[in-house]
Write a new protein. Structure first.
Length: 211
């Protein structure tokens, strides 16, 4: 595959949501260790609402799939992650040309804008023990793959690996944002919940496109 059609993007979002929802117990236990335990619940609410909207509306552009998913998260999830994961999808398509096929170049450009949106909104940078620690390395991997003329599958494989490495690395970090911030050194050894969700999302994207 070199690109995904609208229907495939829709299926991809449903699949990604399903994978995150299946990980609810893991996300709950991670957020319970260094947060308030609601991250898995929030992500489930967001992706369920998004799935309803994707299934019940005839969305005819790739842009609207991103936008409606983000809006569903912002209006239904609550918590820091409602705004931040919602912003990831909304900012991905802000001021972008309308597209009907999603290739590697467009995906990299969308998620780059999404990353910038999350950073502008939440002020966290790489190393602050947040979702950024998985997201930024994954976005970088997409751009690098693009420069090296890799195909979509290999690009997604690398992005997924980098997101996972970034997630693992959050165990070594002290939190500068979110609820874990107050724990200081005690957060060391625990991975970040939002970074875990990002890693699950990228793994799902790779798996979906690879099948
Ligand atoms: P809450 O902390 O409100 O309970 P969640 O538990 O759903 O929200 O989400 C927590 C996750 O949100 C964290 O694990 C972290 O990845 C992410 N997060 C929190 N604050 C920020 C921020 N300022 N920038 C980026 N991500 C953040
Ligand atoms: Mg929480
Ligand atoms: Mg909360």
């Amino acid at each position: 595959k070199t690109y995904l059609t609208i229907d495939q993007v829709k299926e991809l979002f449903l699949y990604m949501g399903q994978k995150v929802i299946e990980s609810k117990p893991l996300l709950t236990s991670i957020d319970s260790a260094i947060g308030d335990g609601d991250h898995g619940i929030g992500m489930e609410v967001g992706f369920k609402k998004a799935a309803e909207i994707l299934q019940n509306n005839n969305l005819t552009t790739v842009n609207s799939i991103f936008l409606e998913t983000g809006k569903a998260m912002i209006s239904n999830m609550g918590g820091a992650s409602g705004i931040l994961f919602g912003t990831l999808f909304v900012a991905s398509v802000k001021d972008k040309p309308i597209i009907h096929k999603l290739n590697l170049e467009l995906l990299a450009s969308f998620i780059q804008s999404g990353l910038e949106g999350v950073k502008a909104r939440g002020k966290a940078e790489l190393g602050d023990k947040t979702m950024i620690d998985a997201l930024e390395p994954a976005v970088k991997a997409l751009h690098q793959a693009l420069e090296e003329n890799e195909d979509l599958i290999n690009a997604l494989k690398k992005a997924s690996e980098k997101a996972q490495d970034g997630m693992e690395n959050t165990k070594n970090l002290i939190a500068k944002f979110g609820r874990a911030k107050s724990l200081g050194e005690r957060a060391i050894g625990h991975q970040d919940a939002g970074a875990t969700t990002i890693s699950i999302m990228f793994e799902a994207i790779y798996t979906f496109v690879n099948e």
